[in-house]
Design a protein around this ligand. Sequence first.
Ligand code: G3P
Length: 219
Amino acid sequence: MKFFIDTANLDQIAQAQAMGILDGVTTNPSLMAKEGITGHDNILEHYRKICRLVPGGAISAEVLATDYSHMVSEGRELAGLDPQIVVKVPISEDGLRAIKTFHDEGIQTNCTLVFSAAQALLAAKAGARYVSPFLGRLDDIDSDGLELIRQIRQIFDNYAIETRILAASIRHVKHITGCALLGADVVTAPLSAIKGMLVHPLTENGLKKFVEDAAKMTK
Ligand code: G3P
């Protein structure tokens, strides 16, 4: 399973990269706005910086437009920034058309805001490289995010669909482990959830004891 970090924060991206586990980055307009990135040129420069921080990684950059022609022109510009860029497109009729156009042009896409297996199937059919089901937001409304991953995995396996399942809106470690058990291809998680995977009280207690005993050995 590949690990992406879900942030536009350069320091957090650098921290995850330094851990040696990072395969890519996902951003969205909300995450870019949170970092105070505004204006066309600044947005493009920020994506370039992210690409440089994660050499060879897949970097999702989302179109801001919602109509076909503007999504396509924006996506072409984003894809032209760096071969690492994956153009992120929301699921909609216009979004599907844009995904098909990008597919025909050899531009990789990540279809976002996916909340049902039916939406995922359409995105795959249009040629998306990744589909992004949002687990946490489903759980927030008392639905079952992991069940959606299970359904999409089964459908994609039924037809040998190569579109990658990129589990998004990850809130905690149990989401990540659940996605791994269900066969998601990628999870994109905040740094807090990635670092949370390291934590176990028995590891902390065990290390404390080792350090104490090591001090005795070097007396
Ligand atoms: O990148 C999209 C997705 O991961 C958003 O997550 O936390 O805003 O539901 P969240």
